[in-house]
Design a protein around this ligand. Structure first.
Ligand code: FES
Length: 107
C-alpha cells in the first residue's frame, strides 16, 4: 500500500465529487459532511465517471443508467448495478488529501 497525494482539501466541495487520475486509476473523491471518501471513479456497470453523477446523501447515482452506490462502502445499492466499486483509505495531511493505493500487484 502506498499513500499518494491526490488533491488539496479546498478542491473538494460537498455534492461536487472530484475526479482524479493517479497511477493509471480513475479515483473519485467525495466530501460528506466533515469526512472525505475515495472510491473508484468508473462505474462497475459500464464506462461512466461517477464524479459526473449526482450525490444524494451518502449515495452516488451514476450519470449513465442511474445505478446507485453507497459512497463509504462502495456497495452497489440498486438500479442496474450489482458489483461494488472499490474504496480507498483516505485522510487529510495538512491541506492535502492522500489516499492509500494498493500495490500494483494487488490491483
Ligand atoms: Fe453506471 Fe450503467 S454505467 S449504471
Amino acid at each position: 500500500m502506498t499513500w499518494k497525494t491526490i488533491a488539496s482539501v479546498g478542491q473538494i466541495e460537498e455534492d461536487e465529487p472530484l475526479g482524479v487520475r493517479v497511477e493509471g486509476r480513475e479515483i473519485a473523491v467525495f466530501k460528506l459532511g466533515d469526512f472525505l471518501y475515495a472510491t473508484d471513479n468508473v462505474c462497475s456497470h459500464q464506462y461512466a465517471l461517477l464524479s459526473d453523477g449526482f450525490v444524494d446523501g451518502e449515495y452516488i447515482e451514476c450519470p449513465l443508467h442511474q445505478g446507485r452506490f453507497h459512497i463509504p462502502s462502495g456497495k452497489a445499492m440498486g438500479g442496474v448495478v450489482t458489483e461494488a466499486i472499490r474504496t480507498y483509505p483516505c485522510r487529510v495531511e495538512g491541506d492535502q488529501v492522500v489516499i492509500d493505493l494498493p500495490d500494483k500487484d494487488q490491483a
